[in-house]
Ligand binder design. Structure first.
Ligand code: LLP
Length: 421
């Protein structure tokens, strides 16, 4: 459930009509609902309440400082994948001992930043990385807490580009080599083994692949303990999917997921850590855009809107579906019309939807893309010299711009023409 609902014929974000925000900040813009973010975060907390746990929000989904502060104040930890994300988490007030550092390519500088600034654990993904982290920790006279990310070779049944747990994927160490790698880690004085990590992919709409991976993790925990390692924490990654297409079957709920985790891993006495991103952020945000033209093509009508693939790349990049709804609620029984919904960018890939049945729309009408709170603003670019679009946060009847639209001068002033040109 989210807080973007029609009231008196108008689409609201909590208690604010989205059209009012459009009038104040201009289109296109992202709008987030604080109540939806906290609700989704709390669903995970409740789902794991029977176990010692920490929910570490995967901030790659939406890393605006206001969002991090909102979730951090609720007690959320953070899963970061770069020095930039680490800095954002700290700037939002998240303590280092609630920050997990994931990712296959951490640099020595990033390791140093996190070790000196405070870190809960590094999720290490290879032996060369293990050696590098050991060296950095020793140079600082510190010991780095680690979990090794294992690759369980499980197909998550999701989009090719976001599956991460098969042996052909670049992530983790093969689970078959885990004993060897943990034995090696135990010889490195700059590292302290505390757990095991796994993340098999994103937008999973079925619990079965999770369960298969977690069973393997449970077995590995027993084996590693028998080898003498102190395994006290299991990081289960993120990946729970959301209903992008509301007419489709609903993916499992966090409560179903939590019950499965309890059943499969609850007896090990480990602290459970999870890294959800999409389920917390996805349906907590919309992208609002204005219809510029309705263009009649030879065999179809194009709805040309002022948002484009540079603002929301998911349809172009993954063929992703997003619901697109008008800000003014269509009267009951309104007959639908077929549109191709496209942006102004100069390539055919700038298409949000093909043959989409929508209520009839005209230039000047406003539409909202649902489920745009995750992997929306964070993946935006200035392609075609389109400035990044603003982000707005609503809480109850108040709203604030949490990232302003840059001016064209700001955009141009970032470039430098060398003197010698
Ligand atoms: N943990 C790790 C190590 C990850 O790599 C990811 C996502 C997550 C947690 C969070 O997964 P989530 O709960 O959000 O599914 N840009 C793509 C999604 C990329 C996901 C990358 N890793 C999209 O728009 O669908």
């Amino acid at each position: 459930m989210d807080h973007f609902l029609y009231r008196n014929g108008q689409l609201y974000a909590e208690d604010v009509p989205l059209a009012d925000i459009a009038a104040a900040v201009g289109t296109p813009f992202y709008c987030y609902s604080a109540a939806t973010f906290t609700r989704h975060y709390q669903l995970f907390v409740d789902a794991l309440s029977g176990m010692d746990h920490l929910v570490c929000y995967a901030m790659k989904a939406n890393s605006n400082l206001a969002i991090l502060k909102l979730l951090g104040d609720q007690g959320a930890g953070m899963d970061v994948v770069s020095g930039g994300e680490y800095r954002r988490a700290r700037a939002a007030g998240v303590p280092g001992d609630k920050i997990v550092f994931s990712g296959v390519g951490k640099t020595a500088d990033e390791m140093r930043l996190a070790l000196t600034g405070g870190i809960r654990q590094f999720n290490v993904e290879s032996e060369p990385e293990m050696e590098a982290l050991n060296a950095v920790a020793l140079s600082l006279n510190m010991v780095a807490p680690i979990a090794v990310r294992v690759n369980p070779d499980i197909d998550a049944n999701t989009h090719e580009k976001i599956a991460t747990g098969r042996k052909e994927d670049k992530f983790g160490i093969p689970i078959s080599r885990a004993r060897e790698v943990y034995a090696h880690a135990a010889t490195l004085p700059g590292l302290k083994i505390i757990g095991i990590d796994v993340h098999i992919g994103s937008q999973l709409v079925d619990l079965a692949p999770f369960e298969a991976a977690y069973r393997k993790l449970g077995e590995l925990t027993a084996v590693l303990r028998a080898d003498g390692h102190d395994i006290t924490r299991l990081d289960l990654g993120g990946g729970l999917g959301i209903p992008y297409e509301r007419s489709n079957a609903d993916p499992p709920l966090p409560s179903d997921y939590g019950a499965m985790v309890q059943r499969v891993l609850g007896d090990l006495g480990c602290e459970i850590e999870i890294e959800p991103g999409r389920l917390i952020a996805g349906n907590s945000g919309v992208l609002v855009s204005d219809v510029i033209y309705v263009k009649q093509g030879e065999d179809r009508d194009f709805l040309i809107i002022d948002a484009a693939m540079n603002d929301l790349i998911r349809p172009a990049m993954y063929g992703a579906y997003h619901d697109i709804v008008p800000l003014v609620e269509p009267a009951p029984g309104t007959e639908k019309h077929m549109y191709d919904v496209v942006g102004p960018v100069c390539e055919s890939g700038d298409t949000f939807a093909k043959r989409r049945a929508m209520p009839p729309l005209k230039a000047g009408d406003l539409v909202a893309f649902r489920s745009a709170g995750a992997y929306g603003a964070v993946m935006a670019s200035e392609y075609n010299s389109r400035p990044l679009i603003p982000e707005v946060l609503v809480s109850g009847d108040q709203f604030a711009v949490i990232r302003a639209r840059p001016t064209f001068d700001e955009m141009l002033n970032r470039d430098t023409i060398p003197e010698w040109l």
